[in-house]
Design a protein around this ligand. Structure first.
Ligand code: ADP
Length: 380
């Protein structure tokens, strides 16, 4: 039986392990928190820091393959393991490019992948000199995630808010839609594309509100999305699963925002809504089996269950039974003991042929299901 390790033990690791149970594979997880979401689902758990060179090296010795659930891992150790014959999905060279937003943007430019116009900045002082480039978005080179490390600089007054340090300054795009395209690529270079999903953000909370699949795109835009996604993935020359986030602007142009070289939040719906989920697909790739069927069984909507404002501590869920009574609603709780405002605690996917019905049900879920702490549950 192949021995495969996952760096990181959060919800992505957990859902990967749920899918691993169908295959002949012995699973290993490296993570600092020993009560993390993935800890109890793997065969072998190692407590350790995925950013630490020696911890990753020791973890990887003797494994056949390793994958990641987050890019912020020790890449040097993965390179050493790769040179010793451990397969890494995705290749460490890809992680290096993606982990740093400057290198990632340069990769798109060098491979003629359409992306928003940008310049590289090394200091707050440099940002101040870029008044002619306004309005733009400043993105820290490293360390940002879920919108942290990204800020819009609209006008000259806001130049004062600029952060110091290495960053990308990207022209602000007139966004019509934000979509994500999942692509699977195996070791033979064969690819499979899932239908793109649309990510709808809450403009006030600046958080993902819901994701709907498939995204409503005309044929020409869909064609561009698929061609661009394949270009992004093929040039990486690495097997794995890739989630390519893109903007469709008001002119119908498609611009790559960023790529995740791993299973991704934008693919959670594939567990119930598609024949082969993103998690199933990654095991097929790592174990050398044929790629799965990416077709949708039904259209779907996915809402994240986010830790409620003002609540920190031991989690309790309000409205769970009510949501479970919705037809074709599938609840995933990630098993995190503690909730915090904004923390991803779970998600719900609803399937229906009728898009209006999907929106109706997702609104109901958002009004019904809450991750709270401490005080007795409040009925809304
Ligand atoms: P993160 O890596 O933290 O998720 P992103 O680069 O995806 O950050 O940016 C977060 C959000 O900021 C995007 O989903 C989008 O809504 C907005 N954004 C990012 N870049 C631009 C841009 N060039 N123009 C307009 N909005 C942008």
């Amino acid at each position: 039986m192949l021995k495969i390790g996952i760096l990181g033990g959060g919800q992505l690791g957990r859902m990967l392990l749920q899918a691993a149970a169908n295959y002949p594979v012995e699973t290993y997880v490296l993570e600092n928190e020993d009560d993390c979401p993935a800890a109890h689902l793997c065969h072998h758990f190692t407590k350790g820091d995925i950013k630490d060179h020696d911890a990753v090296l020791a973890f990887g010795k003797g494994l056949d393959a390793i994958t990641i659930e987050i890019e912020n891992v020790n890449i040097e150790a993965l390179e050493e393991l790769e040179s010793q014959g451990v397969k890494i999905f995705p290749k460490p060279s890809v992680l290096k490019t993606i982990k740093n937003k400057i290198l990632q943007k340069e990769y798109y430019r060098d491979n003629q992948v359409p992306t928003a116009e940008f310049v590289v900045s090394d200091s707050k002082q440099y940002v101040s000199s870029m008044e002619h480039f306004l309005p733009f978005v400043q993105k820290k080179a490293t360390g940002g995630y879920d919108g942290k490390g990204v800020q819009v600089i609209k006008d000259a007054k806001e130049l004062d808010n600029a952060w110091d340090g290495p960053a990308v300054l990207e022209k602000k795009v007139n966004i019509e839609k934000e979509i994500a395209q999942l692509v699977a690529i195996n070791e033979k270079g064969e690819t499979a594309l899932y239908p793109p999903v649309q990510m709808v953000f809450d403009p006030y909370l600046n958080l993902l509100d819901h994701q709907i699949a498939p995204a409503d795109l005309n044929e020409k835009v869909l064609w561009k999305v698929e061609a661009i996604s394949l270009a992004v993935v093929r040039n990486f020359r690495s097997p794995g699963i890739f989630a390519i986030e893109m903007f469709i602007d008001k002119q119908g142009d498609v611009l790559v925002n960023e790529t995740a070289p791993r299973v991704h939040n934008s693919g959670h719906h594939t567990i119930e809504a598609h024949y082969s989920s993103q998690f199933d697909m990654l095991w097929r790739i790592m174990l050398g089996y044929p790629l799965g069927n990416t077709d949708a069984i039904l259209p779907s909507i996915m809402v994240n269950i986010i830790g409620a404002e003002g609540c920190s501590g031991k989690v309790q869920y309000d409205g769970l039974a009510e949501v479970l009574s919705i037809e074709n609603a599938f609840v995933h709780l990630y098993g995190k003991k503690e909730t915090r405002p904004g923390r991803k605690m779970g998600h719900v996917t609803v399937l229906s042929k009728d898009k209006q019905e999907l929106l109706h049900q997702s609104n109901k879920i958002k009004r019904t299901l809450f991750a709270r702490s401490g005080t007795p549950s409040i009925q809304l």
